[in-house]
Ligand binder design. Sequence first.
Ligand code: NDP
Length: 338
Amino acid sequence: DSPAPTTAPREWRLASRPTGWPTPENFELAESDVPELAEGQIRVRNEVLSVDPYMRGRMSAAKSYAAPYAVGEAMTGGAVGIVEESRAEGFKPGDHVLHALGWREVAVVEAKHARKVDVDAAPASAYLGVLGMTGLTAYAGLKRIADLKEGDVVFVSGAAGAVGGAVGQIAKALGASKVIGSAGSPEKVRHLTEDLGFDAAFSYRERKVSEALRELAPDGIDVYFDNVGGDHLEAAIGSLRLNGRIAVCGMISVYNDTEPAPGPRNLARLIQTRGRIQGFLVGDHYDLAGEYAERAAQWLADGSLSLRETTVDGFENAVDAFLGVLRGDNTGKMVVRL
Ligand code: NDP
């Protein structure tokens, strides 16, 4: 018989909705109520949690593509954990699963919403990052939205982050002739060119994006993968070549704004370039997941794709980790290890 746990498992709740930048006061650490399992459910002890920029949107009441978090209730997000008890066919104690009830130490999950993952093939956290949602976002955005072709010159913002780092590496693996990235510090710029194989990179905090692009891509760019919006988007439109494509994945520069931000002033350039700009959500592209998983495994094996992550230890530090993603504390996927 295993001894009864001495402390109740905990969860992070949304305490209040932020105006502008979120602060620790918007969150509350509380004991969770872990119900008995019903048929079809599994109890999972979470081992790694995902913290992502889209969660900022869910802290607001405004309806977005993901439902707002409810004030006073536990938040949700990606997590990988180990099954402790199962009342679902196909799942047994000791299995590792990916599921959507992060932000808590112990989760009772409907097994139909959980997917078994192989933690011998890759670390659990990889299924939250390069082998999971963020990797697929990069792949779908490049293949399907940006319609990446061999020889393309590609620019990606947020390049040292989870999605951006994957975009640069996958673009190279798919035959881009040149990949340029922007990020928020000289260390990140070094990481892009020295560790991730970017052809060029610059810090948007040190120079104007439009000037950097004119220098690093004097003949323009074919593809811009936007994670940031704002002046990055305007500069990319300004550098777009004939038949250029812009995949709008995220606009993190405006997520904490309290007023609508002005749009790019040079949209008319899309006419002469016959340029295309299209937003997308990874959730619409899970039909590519199998194809991506196969290619990603190969790219990991041959070194084209790296597993770089930033890990924050301790459940009590999950909020810090989340606020850190918005500030740019991470290189690669930010994960919380319990
Ligand atoms: P990241 O790992 O890229 O972390 C966010 C990064 O954004 C930070 O590390 C920071 O790096 C950068 N950043 C923060 N503020 C600014 C700013 N004002 N200007 C420029 N950069 C900034 O997160 P993800 O990879 O998870 O997400 C990247 C983007 O992709 C986000 O916009 C996210 O919302 C979007 N996304 C969209 C999906 C979709 O389906 N459309 C799915 C997944 C993600 P730095 O130090 O360089 O500033």
